[in-house]
Design a binder for this molecule. Structure first.
Ligand code: GLU
Length: 416
C-alpha cells in the first residue's frame, strides 16, 4: 500500500505507460523523468512567543522546455520532497494538456498553518521567497497558490521579490489580489474548469445537469467553487465531504447556504437542510459524478472497487492512485484526469501573467470565455488521443502532454 500511495511512483507509472505507447526515445524519457532542478531551503523564523524555529521548504522545477516553470506553493505538515516532485511533474503535463506556454514547478513548506499566526505565516513566506529568489522571475519560474496558501501569501511573495529586485514585478506570481495585478475570475477558475469539462463529459453521454447527481469531496477553493458553480448550472450536489464528516441531501444541497454554515461553524456537518453522513459512506454514494477536490490518494485499490459513480472529475491533484486507474477502467468509469480537470486554475494564472505583462486587464466575461475555449479544446484533444490510441483518458492525457513537451525539446535541441 505504501508504494501505491507514493505520488512520485504514481506519476512515474503513468509516465512510463504513455512513453512506452509513444515509443519515446529512451534518452528523452530519462530527461523527462528527472526534474531539472530541486531546491531545498531551511527557513529560520522567529515565532510570536520568541522561539526561533527552522522550517524546511522546497521548490522543484520539473521542466522549463515549453516556458517558465509554473505551479503552486503549498503549506502543510506532511509536505515531502517526493510529493512536491510529483506535483511539479504534473504541472508540466497539465500546462502541456491545455497548451499554455509554461513548464512545470511546485513548491512546499513543511508547516502547520492552522497553528501559525498571520505574522508567522508572513515571515515564513518572505524568508522562503528570499531564499529561492534567484530561481524565480516572470521568465524563470512563476509560483501560485495551492493547498493552504492564498492571495495574501502571493502578495507577500510578490512584495518580497519586488523589494529585492527594486521594482514592482507583479508577473512573478499569480493568484494575487485583484488590486495587485490579480486577474478577475482566478479565484473561481479551478472550480469553473471542473464544471466546463464535466459539461463536456455529459454531452458525450447525452446527460443533462438536472439529472446529474454530484458528490464533492473537499470544500475548499476547488471543491467549494466547483460545487457552487455546478449547482447554479443545475447539477444536483447531493453530498459534500470534508475532513471532519459529510452531509447528504438526495434532493440536492443549497450550496450557498452550506458555504455560509461552514464559514460560521467551521464545518459542513450539522447543516440544517441535510443529514450527517460518514465520510467513507458518502464517497461510495450512488451518483453520476464524483468530484474529489482535496488531496492525493482518495480513490485507491481499497475505495475504487466500491465506487458507484459514472464519471470521476479530478479537481484535486493526484486523487486517484495508479493501481486504482485499472480498477476504474474495468468498472467502465469515465475519468476526467486531474491534468485536464483542474487545469482551469493554471489557465487563468496564464491569463493573469499575460495581463500583468501587458499592464492591461480584462473583464471577467473575457476571462471566462477564453478559459472555456481552452478547456473545451483540451477536452477534445484528449478525446482524439483516446480514440486514436484506444487508451483510457488518463493515458491519453499523458500521451498528449508528452507529445507536446517532447516536440518542444526536439525543437530546442540539447545544449551541450
Ligand atoms: N496550484 C494550482 C494547480 O495545482 C495552480 C497552479 C498555478 O496557477 O500555477 O494547478
Amino acid at each position: 500500500m505504501e508504494t501505491e500511495l507514493n505520488p512520485w511512483l504514481a506519476a512515474e507509472t503513468r509516465f512510463n505507460r504513455a512513453a512506452t505507447l509513444l515509443n519515446m526515445d529512451e534518452g528523452l524519457q530519462k530527461v523527462l523523468r528527472t526534474p531539472s532542478r530541486e531546491i531545498t531551503v531551511y527557513i529560520p523564523v522567529l515565532l510570536d512567543d520568541g522561539r526561533l524555529e527552522v522550517f524546511t521548504g522546497y521548490r522543484v522545477q520539473h521542466s522549463i522546455a515549453r516556458g517558465p516553470g509554473k505551479g503552486g506553493i503549498r503549506f502543510a505538515p506532511d509536505v515531502s520532497l517526493e510529493e512536491v516532485r510529483a506535483l511539479a511533474s504534473w504541472m508540466t503535463w497539465k500546462c502541456a494538456v491545455v497548451n499554455i506556454p509554461f513548464g512545470g514547478a511546485k513548491g512546499g513548506v513543511i508547516c502547520d498553518p492552522s497553528v501559525l499566526s498571520q505574522g508567522e505565516l508572513e515571515r515564513i513566506t518572505r524568508r522562503y521567497t528570499a531564499d529561492i529568489i534567484e530561481f524565480l522571475g516572470p521568465e524563470k519560474d512563476v509560483p501560485a497558490p495551492d493547498m493552504n496558501t492564498n492571495e495574501q501569501v502571493m502578495a507577500w511573495l510578490m512584495d518580497t521579490y519586488s523589494m529585492h529586485t527594486r521594482q514592482t514585478t507583479t508577473a512573478v506570481v499569480t493568484g494575487k489580489p485583484l488590486d495587485l495585478g490579480g486577474s478577475r475570475g482566478r479565484r473561481e477558475a479551478t472550480g469553473r474548469g471542473c464544471m466546463i469539462v464535466a459539461l463536456q463529459a455529459l454531452k458525450r453521454f447525452d446527460m443533462t445537469p438536472e439529472n446529474t447527481r454530484v458528490v464533492v469531496q473537499g470544500f475548499g477553493n476547488v471543491g467549494g467553487m466547483a460545487a457552487n458553480l455546478m449547482s447554479k448550472a443545475g447539477f444536483k450536489i447531493i453530498s459534500v465531504i470534508e475532513h471532519d464528516g459529510a452531509v447528504y441531501n438526495p434532493n440536492g444541497l443549497d450550496i450557498e447556504a452550506l458555504m455560509k454554515h461552514a464559514r460560521e461553524s467551521g464545518s459542513v456537518v450539522d447543516f440544517a437542510e441535510a443529514e450527517n453522513m460518514g465520510r467513507d459512506e458518502a464517497l461510495l454514494l450512488e451518483c453520476e459524478i464524483l468530484l474529489p477536490a482535496a488531496k492525493e490518494n482518495v480513490i485507491t485499490s481499497v475505495t475504487a472497487p466500491k465506487l458507484r459513480c459514472k464519471i470521476v472529475c479530478e479537481g484535486a491533484n493526484g486523487p486517484t492512485t495508479a493501481v486504482a486507474d485499472d480498477i476504474l477502467k474495468d468498472k467502465g468509469i469515465f475519468v476526467i484526469p486531474d491534468i485536464l480537470a483542474n487545469a482551469g486554475g493554471v489557465t487563468v494564472s496564464y491569463f493573469e501573467w499575460v495581463q500583468d505583462r501587458q499592464g492591461f486587464f480584462w473583464n471577467e466575461e473575457l476571462v471566462n470565455t477564453r478559459l472555456e475555449e481552452i478547456m473545451v479544446n483540451a477536452f477534445h484533444d484528449l478525446m482524439a488521443y483516446r480514440e486514436k490510441h484506444k487508451v483510457i483518458n488518463r493515458t491519453a492525457a499523458y500521451m498528449l502532454a508528452l507529445d507536446r513537451v517532447y516536440f518542444a525539446i526536439k525543437l530546442r535541441g540539447l545544449y551541450a
